[in-house]
Design a protein around this ligand. Structure first.
Ligand code: SF4
Ligand code: SF4
Length: 59
């Protein structure tokens, strides 16, 4: 069985559209003007954010 993992964030690709923040069911993503933060205490590793990201900044 594949082990669940946290999404990996590539800041150099991110265009800060906030799409991932909107789909996260656990409210684990926070976006501010300069960065996207993942709250590992909240993240349930569903990887919905990786599917919505239009530029592959979350994998
Ligand atoms: S993997 Fe799921 S819970 Fe974790 S940040 Fe992405 S959308 Fe939110
Ligand atoms: S969906 Fe992708 S490009 Fe948009 S804010 Fe999230 S990580 Fe950045």
């Amino acid at each position: 069985m594949e082990e669940k993992r946290f999404p990996e964030f590539k800041p150099e690709l991110c265009m800060y559209c906030a799409g991932c923040v909107a789909v996260c069911p656990a409210l684990a993503l926070n976006l501010n003007e300069t960065k996207l933060e993942l709250n590992k205490e909240k993240c349930i590793k569903c990887l919905a954010c990786t599917k919505i990201c239009p530029v592959g900044a979350l994998r």
